[in-house]
Design a protein around this ligand. Structure first.
Ligand code: HEC
Ligand code: HEC
Ligand code: HEC
Length: 427
């Protein structure tokens, strides 16, 4: 009797089970099927190591900013161990020196290309903190050049600390589920087919989308968020959209200069972008900087995503007069009307910090100050002093609300919100 009832229930569930299996099969096929999990460990293919290849590899490693993520502050170059905090725990970057045991010294060229293309190595599926979603678009020649140059890096036997991740992220196999839901290698294939040098650099080595795109669920990068601007995971800085509308105030030449020098008549780089320019983009060849600028100014804008942190619009009832704080504290450098001082202090009118949907960049700048990157094009950058000691939270809220009065939505920050942004993780 019982057996019969169970089998009737199973029979009734069968279509549901079959449907689930079919969906899983489709999703599995869409993330690339079994191919990504077949790591070519036995391949013996070798690559060219002539001077031109090595120089190209070194340049690409600079543009890929591999050192920013694989070298700890003051640590051995490319020895890994840089911590990345996520809402699932902390992931440490790996050692990519030529050490055969702790680095990638005994990897074949194909094994390296496989990790860059598919985000899977002998460790298993890699976490997308490693921007393989972007590196997948690099050509074979460029990946081989990176491999050739990395093999000239002095070996280090340093092993990164073990990742500290919560279940389910603690198992690398959970990444197979993530890939089924969010990873679409076909996007990489389409981008790689582009003959646009600017797009190739932006989507590939430059991995600009990893910061400048609007992320979807669980750190995914849905195509509709491409370069649409968004908040960086965990540290919260807001990276603005990179498209024809947002960058309209720059000419192609001004934008190309900004990318290499970190300064322009329309704003200077700070926070994570200052680091990207210092460590990576300042090495751009002039023609590549122009190609990137030219491409970005052709990207069509996506619909703006409203930020949650500034969404609760209540009428401003600042107890302090923001315009007054501005005049007293900021106008000396930024001008009475936020027009800036050419070549020294950036304008605030129309700046991203003043107009972005998210107020965090403006708040951080006022709390902790900032310095543009030191580059050959801007060897002695001006800096902005921190005001965390000098102004009260009420004054900071009022002055940020004042400079962001034309933002969409206009800022309505309260002193409590400023307090809650004190001590936010600074990298
Ligand atoms: C935004 C940070 C970031 C950047 C930029 C970055 N990596 Fe990584 N990379 C990581 C992290 C984190 C891991 C570890 C991922 C994991 O354990 O799943 C990693 C893993 C790797 C691996 C796999 C190593 C192994 O033992 O399995 C390789 C190979 C690699 N990176 C090469 C590079 C190269 C080459 C570049 C530059 C072109 C680069 N990475 C740029 C963060 C980064
Ligand atoms: C690690 C994250 C990160 C990466 C990678 C990154 N950016 Fe940025 N970028 C930012 C942040 C945050 C800002 C806002 C702060 C600022 O304006 O300096 C910014 C600002 C900019 C601006 C100024 C925009 C404006 O309207 O004022 C440009 C242009 C830009 N980035 C271009 C790029 C390009 C091109 C790449 C890839 C080659 C790139 N960024 C890679 C984080 C990043
Ligand atoms: C001593 C001169 C000085 C003073 C005073 C000063 N700033 Fe700045 N500010 C700068 C410099 C220099 C930068 C560029 C920093 C960088 O790029 O890292 C800057 C950048 C900014 C930005 C970012 C602009 C952009 O391009 O996105 C904002 C917003 C800002 N300041 C607001 C303020 C406010 C509000 C005050 C007053 C509470 C203030 N600043 C006081 C020098 C100053």
């Amino acid at each position: 009797m019982i057996v019969r009832r169970v089998s009737i229930v199973l029979l009734a569930l069968l279509p549901v089970l079959l449907a689930a299996v079919a969906v899983a099969a489709v999703l599995f096929a869409r993330q690339g099927g079994f191919a990504p999990y077949r790591v070519p460990r036995d391949s013996t293919r070798t690559v060219a190591t002539d001077g031109a290849t090595l120089a190209r590899g070194e340049y690409l490693v600079r543009l890929g900013d591999c050192a920013a993520c694989h070298t700890t502050r003051g640590g051995v170059a490319f020895a890994g161990g840089v911590p990345f905090r996520t809402s699932y725990g902390t992931i440490f970057s790996t050692n990519i020196t030529s050490d055969p045991t702790h680095g990638i010294g005994d990897w074949s060229a194909d094994e390296f290309a496989h990790a860059m293309r598919h985000g899977v190595s002998r460790l298993g599926p890699l976490f997308p903190v490693f921007p393989y979603e972007q590196f997948a678009t690099l050509t074979d020649t460029d990946i081989d050049a990176i491999y050739a140059w990395l093999r000239t890096v002095a070996p280090s036997d340093s092993a990164p600390p073990a990742n500290r991740l919560d279940f389910p992220a603690s198992s690398r196999d959970a990444m197979i589920g993530w890939r089924m839901l969010y990873y679409r290698p076909s996007i990489a294939t389409t981008a790689a087919a582009s003959t646009d040098r600017g797009q190739y650099l932006v989507d590939g080595a430059g991995h600009c989308a990893s910061c400048h795109s609007a992320r979807g669920d669980r750190y995914s990068l849905p195509p509709e968020g491409y370069l649409a601007g968004g908040s960086l995971p965990v540290n919260g800085w807001y990276a603005p959209p990179l498209d024809s509308e947002s960058l309209a105030r720059f000419s192609v030449a001004e934008l190309a200069d900004y990318l290499r020098a970190g300064t322009s008549p329309h704003g200077t780089a700070y926070g994570p972008m200052a680091q990207v320019i210092y460590g990576s983009l300042s090495a751009l060849e002039a023609s590549d900087a122009t190609a990137i600028a030219d491409y970005l100014k052709r990207v069509s804008p996506r619909a703006p995503k409203k930020s949650a942190s500034d969404g609760i619009a209540t009428a401003s009832n600042d107890s302090v007069n923001g315009a007054e704080v501005y005049k007293r504290t900021c106008a000396d450098c930024h001008g009475d009307d936020g027009e800036g001082k050419a070549g020294r202090y950036p304008p605030l009118a129309n700046s991203i910090a003043a107009t972005a949907p998210d107020p965090i960049n403006a708040v951080r700048l006022v709390l902790y100050g900032a310095m543009a990157p030191t580059t050959p094009g801007n060897p002695r950058p001006y800096s902005m002093p921190p005001f965390v000691q000098q102004l009260t939270s009420a004054e900071i809220a009022a002055v940020v609300n004042y400079i962001r009065r034309d933002a969409t939505p206009p800022s309505r920050l309260t002193p409590d919100e400023i307090e809650s942004m004190h001590g936010i993780v600074l990298e």
